[in-house]
Write a protein that binds this ligand. Structure first.
Ligand code: BGC
Length: 367
């Protein structure tokens, strides 16, 4: 993706805004970000803002508690807010964090493209901005990104879908349907692109057939990551396309949507297809052990929050935080220096060992 210099940035932002939904996310150009714009050292004991989105999956709920506990233990005043009311509530919360003088603002955006004004104000006030889990788009005012490798998540989901179907029926062709996450979440397209990097060649060579014909991201999205929206779409797909045809597999971007898809298939009285997921939600992990949902992704929230706090400590001390990726996440204005963690695929094969150190899932998945 083309890099844009400081001059004319505002005009450029406006000009590229229309492209943001399709062009954002993972960069494939290999360009680098140049110097970071991280903030100044600040006193321990300062307030740290954490702006979380809606509670669309268990990982966000857990993050709230972990940030409160972890930041307190590290000697800061945590200022953790959920924006259940939507984008304008999140904008107001970030404005309030600036007024309170929060030194670092960690943002898990509802809509990564709608916070430009607040992030500019935060930067003007001297705060450092960390995008947490979801990238912040179309803005120069994001210093770091900390997340699991979202593209890799999608790749693992695509591979799991293929493996799962092959395990049940060694030879194709396989009939599948595709679901994606919420289009306002910058991650959703990256997950889908990762999965499609694996699935598309198999669609092209005829191994996979999407009988509904709905293969684009726009056709596959699930507004707000809501279970009821996914369930409704699955009901419609089953009624319209799978009267007699078998459905072998469904790409699902996360566990909430996976369970909604399985509910829909059960209600239609059809055999359960291979369904992927993400987040290691308790009900889905139990479903995997019971042989219903095929896979999930382990993205340990504790590690992600822990790493965010490591970054805060570095910034507090005036050090540049460690990054391990300076090319993948182009937000249309800059390539954001990132620290990416490795997601892990979980199926029935490794479910009993995957969560050994997890205080909630460990006991549930013990043999
Ligand atoms: C997170 C996923 C989660 C989804 C819905 C995404 O941005 O990366 O883990 O399933 O939001 O909450």
């Amino acid at each position: 993706m083309r890099m844009i210099g400081k001059a004319g940035k505002a005009a450029a932002i406006a000009a590229i805004a229309a492209l943001a939904l399709t062009a954002c996310g993972r960069s494939d150009t290999g360009t680098t970000s140049g110097s970071s714009t991280g903030g100044e050292a600040f006193p321990k004991g300062s307030a740290i803002g954490v702006a979380l989105p809606q509670k669309t999956s268990e990982n966000w709920v857990l993050a709230e508690q972990l940030f409160n506990d972890g930041l307190t233990a590290a000697g800061y005043k945590p200022d953790v807010q959920f924006a259940n009311g939507g984008v304008s509530e999140q904008q107001n919360q970030i404005s309030a964090m600036i007024t309170k003088g929060d030194k670092v603002i960690i943002v898990g955006a509802i809509d990564g493209a709608q916070l430009g004004t607040q992030l500019q104000q935060a930067k003007d006030a001297g705060a450092t901005i960390i995008a947490y889990d979801r990238l912040l788009l179309n803005t120069p005012n994001v210093d770091y990104y900390v997340a699991y490798d979202n593209f890799k998540v999608g790749e693992l989901q695509g591979k799991a879908l293929l493996d799962g179907m092959k395990g049940k029926k060694p030879e194709g062709p396989y009939n599948i349907e595709l679901f994606a996450g919420s289009p306002d979440d910058a991650n959703a397209k990256v997950f889908f692109d990762g999965a499609m990097s694996v699935l598309k060649p198999k669609i092209v060579d005829g191994t996979l057939k999407v009988l509904s014909g709905q293969t684009s991201f726009e056709q596959a999205v699930t507004q707000g990551w809501k279970a009821e929206n996914a369930q409704k779409r699955m009901d419609t797909l089953l009624a319209g396309t799978y009267g007699t045809a078998a459905l072998d597999g469904v790409l699902s971007p996360n566990d909430t949507i996976a369970r909604a898809i399985l509910t829909s298939v059960k209600a239609a009285g059809k055999p359960l297809p291979i369904v992927t997921g993400q987040d290691s939600e308790v009900e889905s992990v139990k479903s995997i052990m019971a042989g219903e949902q095929y896979s999930t992704i382990n993205k340990d929230t504790r590690a992600l929050v822990e790493h965010s706090i490591v970054m805060v400590n570095d910034i507090q001390a005036g050090k540049t935080p460690e990054i391990n990726d300076d090319k993948s996440y182009n937000n249309t204005v800059k390539v954001v220096p990132a620290y990416l963690l490795e997601p892990v695929i979980v199926t029935k094969d490794n479910v009993h060992t995957a969560y050994e150190n997890d205080p909630v899932l460990g006991p549930i998945t013990k043999q």
